[in-house]
Design a protein around this ligand. Structure first.
Ligand code: CA
Length: 153
């Protein structure tokens, strides 16, 4: 076999290597969706999830609502912090965890998710899942799961 005959095989081998590297890199960057990532998104979008924009609405009509959850203005300003942390190449995880630490209950998280969806016309939790690695997402979920449902109960 001449050297020229090997060239197409060398190109093919190179392409296979680049494709495989690219796959893992894309997954790392959140550009390629894994089955796990999809399952997490579905779970977090369910109405009974604190990350859902609808969770807090279950408490919306309780008369003492003012004390149960952050108000609309606070929710919008916290949603903006999250947007600024994700809406560029890369992710400012510390800023997002900071917002989660400010949330004193699951309704606060849901209220921010609701404001985020209204302001930016995209799912808060889908965007988070795209920006975070799975271990970062699990850390965020653990933080939120430890919170009470509302501020006063
Ligand atoms: Ca980003």
């Amino acid at each position: 076999m001449k050297n020229e005959d090997l060239l197409p095989w060398a190109i093919l081998a190179g392409a296979v290597i680049v494709y495989n590297l690219g796959g893992s890199l894309f997954e790392k960057l959140g550009l390629k969706e894994s089955a796990d990532g999809k399952a997490i998104k579905e779970q977090l979008n369910a109405t009974n999830s604190a990350f859902s924009p609808n969770f807090w609405k279950g408490y919306k009509y309780i008369p003492t609502t003012a004390n149960l959850v952050i108000n609309a203005a606070t929710a919008s300003s916290w949603a903006k912090v999250v947007r600024d942390a994700v809406n560029w190449p890369g992710t400012d995880e510390a800023k997002i965890y900071g917002i989660f630490r400010s949330c004193k209950c699951k309704c606060d998280v849901s209220r921010v998710a609701d404001a985020y969806g209204v302001l930016y016309n995209e799912s808060f939790v889908d965007r988070l899942a795209d920006e975070f690695t799975e271990s970062e997402m699990k850390q965020a979920i653990a933080m939120i799961n430890s919170l009470p449902a509302t501020r006063t109960k």
